[in-house]
Design a protein around this ligand. Sequence first.
Ligand code: SAH
Length: 400
Amino acid sequence: MTEPTILIPAASPTGSLPEAEARAHLLDPDADLTGWLAVRGHPAWRSRAILRWALARRAASFEAMTDQPAVLRRDLAAAFTIRSATVAVHDRAEDGTEKLLLALADGQRIECVLLRGGGDPAAGDDDGESRTERITACISSQVGCAMGCVFCASGIDGVVRNLTAGEILEQLVHLTALLPADERISHVVVMGMGEPLANLDRLLVALERTQDREGFGISPRRITISTVGLPAALDRLSAARPGYHLAVSLHAADDALRTRLVPVNRSIGLDAVMAAADRYWEASGRRLTFEYVLLGGVNDAAEDARALVRLLGGRAALVNVIPYNAVAGMPWQEPSAASRERFLTVLREAGVNVQVRRRKGHRINAACGQLRRAAAQANQPSTVTNTSTAPRMPPSQTIQ
Ligand code: SAH
């Protein structure tokens, strides 16, 4: 039986959601809930209780915070929003992967994904936890991306803006709402749209709060930041918070090819990326992950693998090989099974610790920026598909 598609109102042409405009976003530190409560004579502990309701207890409204005084709940509802974004598209793949396209208060759209089981090898495999228990949230840090990686759908139109700390955190609220009451997010990977280190200050605030016991209670060991490797920002991260798992996107082991695939490399260079990654490793003591998207006929030759072995130079790192997830309209190909195996064999025989990222949710545009792009191209109204139905494909999607 096919469940109906539920239509919800799209954002207005200017992109604003009128009733949200005047109110502060509860999850943004600028909202200063504690200060707001103090001015009204409420004790500071109420701030923790209210955040606990909004995050751990999944309250969608202040009205639901039943142990708080009714007048306070009413005043809170007039001053704050718990969720500033609405779900524009909700897709679910057969493997349980769910993807949300969120419409932000200004009408911009971002993606976040919930992955069950297997998780991502980049998300720290050193905690002894069974992979089947894993529930990983993949979140965005920016609207669009300025890095310009030629194969990635997120950066095609450049970066629009940074997300606020509240918008980064709110993605976890929406993804948690997809889970039954007895399940929670166990891991977070900042591998959605955007370059996390280009929005480091807000990201750090959001990730700090991700660890709150009143909220999601996720330890930094289970949080992975994926970056193209911006050395100055990486050094700031090393100094400020070296506890997170770091994944550096290489995609090529020589500067000429990397600059072609990751244009921001032109002004940085691999030596500087590797040196900054080493400094992070020294500060954190945690094994680094290097990501390498395999593009058929571009960076998947045995010689490319040998160059990667030389670049790694015996570092005790994990290489996460990601078969390319084809983006409609882009010229890049997935690697053939033979070239992928050859690439992996060269790495393994050289003693490199290598893992192939399992494909999850590729039928629902799960790679960075694909869903947002497909939805924009199809110019579709905002929709929510019932999660019990098969994934709904935007018309422009090519099913692999
Ligand atoms: N800006 C960060 C986060 C990007 S998303 C970074 O560059 O690391 C995480 C990873 O997915 C990156 O390595 C990115 O290059 C890769 N990626 C992007 N589009 C992809 C696609 N279509 N198929 C496979 N991997 C992709």
